[in-house]
Write a protein that binds this ligand. Sequence first.
Ligand SMILES: [Cu+2]
Length: 84
Amino acid sequence: MGQLHAIEIRGFAFVPAQITIAPGDTVVFTNRDSAPHTATSESGLFDSGRLGNNQSVRLSFSARGSYPYLCAFHPRMRGMITVA
Ligand SMILES: [Cu+2]
């Protein structure tokens, strides 16, 4: 089961950019920009794929650790999910 945590993508940023969740929790990424974005793991562990305006994707995390990610289209957009 686990909890749901929302991360919005807006203004070419992940909001919030850093989040700590528990094992088994799910993160919902929603793109509020008109430009497409992704949430792509730096180490290849997950990839939202292309998110258009108002599209969402759910990603679940089971293993503890730190998961840095970025937008594949705009690599200066960065975020961090910590599973603790
Ligand atoms: Cu982007």
